[in-house]
Structure formats: C-alpha cells, structure tokens
Design a protein. Structure first.
Length: 333
C-alpha cells in the first residue's frame, strides 16, 4: 500500500544548476504550492498541517477499507488481527498522532497498541519493520501495521539559501507507505524477517537532523553523510551476516534506502556491489525522490510486486539516518 503525490513548485526560484548534478531530481510534494509562499515556515503551520496532510495521504485508503468489522486487508488479514500500529514520521507532529485518527477511521480494535515514533528520519522505515517484527515474535497470532507518513514539503524554508536547504528541497518528496507484518501463526505471502541489527555511530549527531526554531524544522545535512556510509556500512553488514553464518555472497537482493545519488554510490562502494545491484533503489530515487522513512518501503514494494526473488533467496534491507545510525534486516523469500 504505497502512495505518493505529484510535483509541487517548491523549487521555484532555486538555481537550476543545483538539480543538474548527479541525476538529482525533484522530489514529489503534497504541500499546496500557495502555502509554500509564506515568508517562513512557522511551527504552528508545520504542526497543524502534519495531521491534516498525513490524513489526506492515507485517507483514500481508509475510505476504501471502510470501518466495517470483518473486512480484510492484504493477504486476507482481518482488522481484528491487528494488534499494534507503529507510526513513523520525522516531518511533522500532532497529538493525538495520526495513528489514533486511523484507529477511528478504519475501525481497528479498541485494544490495538499504538506506537508513534518521531525523530528516526530516513532510518525509520527499516527500524519500524524491525520493531514490528519484534512485536509479532512475541505475539505470533497477531499482525502489526507499520505506517510511514513523510510530508517533507512542510519543512521547506523559503528564506534559507544554504546549500543543505537547496539540495534537500530538490531531493526530498512527500509520500506514505504501509506494511503488514504477520506473526508466524498467520498466513502470509511476504518475505520472512529473519533478524535485524541496529548500529549507532557515536558523536555523529551533527551529520543529519533538524534544527528546530520558531520558523519550523531547518534541515541539518552534512556533506559527510556519504563518508559515514562508506566507512561503516560494509563492516556493519558483514558483522550482522557473520552472526547468522552468512556473507555478502549469500545475499541475492539488496533493498536499500534511496538516500540520494552520493549515498547510493557510497553504499555500493562500501558493500563492493556493482551499480546494477541497487537498480531498484536508483529507479525509486528517479521516480519519487527521497521520501525519508517511506523510501525503503517503496523499494520493498517494487521488489515484492515486480522483481520478486526466487523462494529461498536471502535479502538485505537497510537504511541509515539521524543519530547517525543504520538499521539492517535479513529477509528470506
């Protein structure tokens, strides 16, 4: 269940040469272009519209499902089987969070366990999958719902002409993705999540994140991001695989977060992979840009729908984000 919205004019007035480097394409936006013309993005605007925009992104799906008990989601899962919701976002805040609104709108069980997670950024899609998998290991008769909503256009700062803001304006887009993670006693056609691993890199908090002020969320985006990926990802993947008596040669498919051209190049270099190994991620980057936490889920969706590996194939799904940190999952098809 993936949805992304069409291009906005948020890049108006930004020098074209910024976007002519390294296949850097404009992300796709949900923000009303008129709203982007405010002199500065204020906190009230950002917080208030996170809820409304998030519900717009997933509202059509909720309406299609309807509130009637007994209706089914993908793989024949009934809403009564959903025991937990993991809601991830880094681009806006609301209270109650968006997942609470969806419990009402979609008629989910009253005892569903809500887990809104803010602040993990780009790594949250992978981390959310890992936390949902942890949950269903404890409750194998249940299903966990992972929901990612990222409205990157809410964070656009029109009066910020820094390189970080100009680059992020062209790279990031708006989107939402949802994944059902089923326990071992629930029939499912998706890949099995064998294990997960998170690696935290000390003293890298200034590599990526937000500077929060009265104007809203101002991007912190260091040019060192590819360097951190290049120096750490390969060793982290090798350590994780070794714990399961595997090596990179045992991995048939790589499902990587679409961090940007330089990040994908650094990922391939760190893992010793040819460019073709990350083709699905490159295609997603060209098509919709970087959707923050939803990006790796968009890549996963493409693999599941159109490039499904043979049964028994093992895959690595990975993303990196603020902290700085990485989340790595081992999948088996």
């Amino acid at each position: 269940m993936i949805e992304h919205h069409g291009p906005g004019d948020h890049a108006a007035g930004i020098p074209a040469e910024i976007f002519q480097q390294r296949e850097l394409l404009l992300g796709e936006l949900q923000l009303d272009p008129a709203a982007a013309r405010f002199p500065a993005n204020q906190v009230q605007f950002q917080v208030g519209n996170a809820q409304a925009g998030g519900l717009r992104l997933v509202g059509c799906t909720a309406a299609e499902q309807g509130p009637e008990a007994g209706q089914q989601f993908g793989d024949g899962v009934c809403r009564e089987q959903i025991g937990a919701i993991f809601f991830v976002s880094v681009t806006g805040l609301s209270s109650p969070s968006v997942d609470a609104r969806l419990v009402n709108r979609m008629g989910l069980p009253r005892n569903v366990k809500r887990n809104p997670i803010f602040g993990l950024g780009c790594v949250a899609g992978a981390a959310g999958l890992a936390r949902a998998a942890d949950y269903v290991r404890a409750y194998p008769d249940q299903v966990a719902l992972l929901l990612s909503i990222e409205l990157c256009s809410l964070t656009f700062q029109r009066d910020d002409v820094s390189a970080a803001n100009l680059i992020s304006a062209g790279l990031f887009g708006d989107g939402a993705a949802a994944v059902l993670v089923a326990g071992s006693n629930v029939q499912s056609t998706g890949p099995k999540i064998i294990a997960s691993h998170q690696a935290f890199y000390p003293d890298t908090q200034d590599v990526m994140g937000w500077k929060v002020s009265e104007k809203g969320f101002q991007i912190v985006l260091s040019p060192d991001v590819p360097k951190v990926v290049r120096e750490n990802l390969g060793n982290d993947v090798d350590t994780f695989l070794a714990a399961h008596s595997l090596t990179r040669k045992d991995i048939g498919t790589w499902i990587m977060h679409t961090g940007g051209p330089k990040v994908l190049e650094a990922s391939a270099e760190a893992l010793g992979l040819p460019d073709s190994a990350l083709e699905v991620s490159w295609d997603a980057l060209r098509r919709v840009g970087n959707l923050s936490s939803a990006s790796v889920l968009v890549v996963l969706d493409e693999v599941m729908r159109n490039r499904r590996p043979e049964p028994g194939t093992k895959s690595i799904l990975a993303a990196m984000g603020p902290g700085f940190c990485a989340e790595i999952l081992l999948l088996e098809w």
